[in-house]
Design a protein around this ligand. Structure first.
Ligand code: ZN
Length: 340
């Protein structure tokens, strides 16, 4: 497997006799942390998600939990609970993912196999909803009753706290804003199979589709003379989101224009969140955001007022960085798991 040596974070004040597990299951990576109830991480590790079978994913999590505990001398049986924040959609009460957009399975059981194997209670939550909880408990949303977290990563997701309550919905998917329609003509198809969704245009995995669509409108000569075109050796099928932002950073005109167009579409998505939930703060995470903070947030801040009815809240990058999903998983465990 692709396991890394765990990085150890012995933190002053760590409450060693009350440890919890947080797991952040993304479309590409699974991260696992051991933490106390104050968000002090004792250890963490990550691997690429094992997609060899639907049951392989929970098996991988069990192995990583045992690995971390063994490496650091924690007794697995002493863990108080496990929170898993996962890419959706899901059925929260049953602890399963249903047709997850980033995995080729109809159903992925998560909590039952883990709790059965380890004898520890566990809970499942949408990763962006979990991140909102994590931000409220450990990050920038402390003390706020109306708050939204938006992630722009492999996919796009949101978690919203309204009047102090995390919105969950009947299955725990109340905040799948990545799949709101921003293009009624539906020119691009989303990973979920539907057309015109925000995620189909602006997520890390779909930005290349958006670029290829827009470049068809540009003069061939302009495209061929662009840095972006040269960076992929003239083969646009090789495009990645990272190439676009790298070329824009080097003042490639066509790339800067595409970044701005993506920013307008992101502003429409953010305006929908603001109009629906009326938050007083939005924090933003996800790898696309964290690697390109100004290029993602500045166009949103510039254009969101053109689409939002409600008063525009402060929009800022999450201070929890790459670990926001882990903080969310820990916060979910603290909120929803009843220790045995
Ligand atoms: Zn979709």
């Amino acid at each position: 497997m692709l396991g890394r040596r765990p990085r150890v974070f012995w933190v002053k004040g760590l409450v060693k006799d009350e440890l919890w597990i947080g797991i952040d299951l993304g479309g590409t990576w699974v991260r696992v942390a051991v933490s106390d109830r104050n968000g002090h991480f004792a250890a963490k590790t990550s691997e690429k998600v094992d997609k060899s079978g639907a049951m392989a994913i929970s098996g991988q999590m069990i192995r990583l939990i045992r690995f971390l505990c063994h490496e650091h001398g924690f007794d697995v049986k002493s863990l108080r609970g496990i929170g898993i924040a996962a890419t959706g959609p899901l059925v929260q009460q049953e602890g399963v993912l249903i047709h997850p957009t980033a995995m080729p399975f109809d159903c992925v059981p998560i909590t039952k196999p883990i709790s059965k194997e380890l004898g520890i209670p566990s809970c499942l939550i949408n990763d962006a909803a979990g991140a909102a909880l994590g931000e409220k408990k450990f990050g920038a949303a402390k003390g706020l009753d109306n708050y939204a977290y938006i992630t722009i990563s492999t996919g796009i997701g949101c978690g919203a706290i309204v009047n102090g309550t995390l919105l969950l919905g009947k299955d725990g998917n109340a905040h799948e804003v990545g799949h709101i329609v921003i293009d009624y003509e539906g020119r691009l198809t989303c990973g979920c199979g539907k057309r015109g969704h925000w995620e189909a245009y602006c997520s890390g995995s779909n930005i290349p589709n958006f670029i290829r669509m827009r470049l068809k409108d540009e003069p061939r000569k302009t495209v061929e003379e662009s840095l972006l075109f040269r960076m992929v050796g003239g083969d646009l099928s090789r495009l990645r989101a990272i190439d676009l932002f790298a070329a824009a950073r080097k003042a490639d005109n066509i790339s800067a224009k595409l970044v701005e167009q993506i920013g307008v579409l992101n502003a429409i998505g953010f305006a929908n969140v603001i109009n629906a939930y009326d938050p007083s703060l939005i924090t933003v995470g996800g790898t696309v955001t964290l690697r390109n903070k100004a290029m993602i947030l500045n166009p949103i801040r510039k254009h969101v007022k053109d689409y939002a009815l409600n008063r525009i809240p402060k929009i800022t990058v999450t201070p929890l960085g790459d670990d926001v999903g882990l903080y969310g998983a820990i916060a979910a465990a603290l909120t929803y798991v009843s220790p045995c």
